[in-house]
Write a protein that binds this ligand. Structure first.
Ligand code: ADP
Ligand code: AMP
Length: 230
């Protein structure tokens, strides 16, 4: 029996995919859901940025795509996620933020999980209108040290420019500049939005209004998933 199927036998598995356009609140909600269910928050964007800050080959390769707002090739991203999901902390569940982003990636995830006799619990779609996405992304600030996410108006830190959690100076992501934001939203519409149909066809889709306050969105998702902590 694999580690993943043992976790399933023990009944401790919440395996979530968060879907939504850039700025929909995936990172914000993934952090809250990971804390609630005590499962790892796995963000492919964060893994690429971490590799970039460490100057790894993967990070340097990904940079060219990220700077332009384009997707890193599927084979690279899928291999990276497969490695991460094999780590021990992901056996009892995970919340994936930013993966899958294409139909081939969704197929690859399905096959990976099938190989471990594991299944997704749900794919949660955070629905936010296009106008609001731009306003969210251009005023997003992130902590380069611990990964916490803020918004200048909607979720400001207690002290301007300083992370509440770890005290590091907040920064703006390079790809949150307005022209790149527009490219990222088009890439989402063309390459990622088809995943909505993919997960709906598998009865895994849970669509939530992502324009509500952060804690209301979190509570709605938890209620949809059955409320209790596993
Ligand atoms: P994603 O990971 O989908 O790109 P983020 O979680 O980074 O999105 O959120 C984008 C921006 O919007 C951040 O500045 C975040 O603080 C803000 N934000 C997230 N959720 C909400 C919400 N429900 N209401 C208002 N602002 C939000
Ligand atoms: P994010 O932090 O999720 O907004 O991702 C930032 C950038 O990382 C994206 O614009 C892509 O260039 C790259 N990236 C993140 N996740 C993926 C993925 N699943 N497939 C391809 N590229 C990705």
């Amino acid at each position: 029996m694999t580690g993943h199927s043992q976790a399933k036998e023990a009944g401790i598995f919440v395996r979530l995919v968060l879907l939504g356009a850039p700025g929909a609140g995936k990172g914000t909600q993934a952090a809250a859901l990971a804390a609630h269910y005590r499962i790892p928050h796995i963000s492919t964007g964060d893994i690429f940025r971490q590799n970039l800050s460490q100057g790894t080959r993967l990070g340097l390769m990904a940079r060219g795509y990220m700077d332009q707002g384009l997707l890193v090739p599927d084979n690279v991203t899928e291999a990276m996620v497969a490695d991460r999901l094999r780590e021990a902390d992901a056996l009892a569940g995970f919340v994936l933020d930013g993966f899958p982003r294409t139909l081939p990636q969704a197929d690859a995830l399905e096959q990976m999980l099938a190989g471990w006799q594991a299944e997704l619990t749900a794919a949660v779609l955070l629905a936010v209108s296009a106008e609001r996405l731009v306003a969210r992304l251009t005023a997003r600030r992130v902590c380069p040290q611990c990964g916490a996410t803020y918004h200048l108006a909607f979720h400001p830190p207690q002290t301007a420019g300083v992370c509440d959690r770890c005290g590091a100076a907040l920064v703006q992501r390079d790809d949150d500049a307005a022209p790149t934001v527009r490219t990222r939203i088009s890439v989402y519409e063309e390459q990622t939005a088809p995943l909505i149909t993919f997960y709906r066809a598998r009865s895994l889709l849970q669509e939530v209004n992502g324009e509500q306050p952060v804690d209301v969105v979190t509570a709605t998702v938890i209620a949809r998933l059955g409320g209790a902590r596993p």
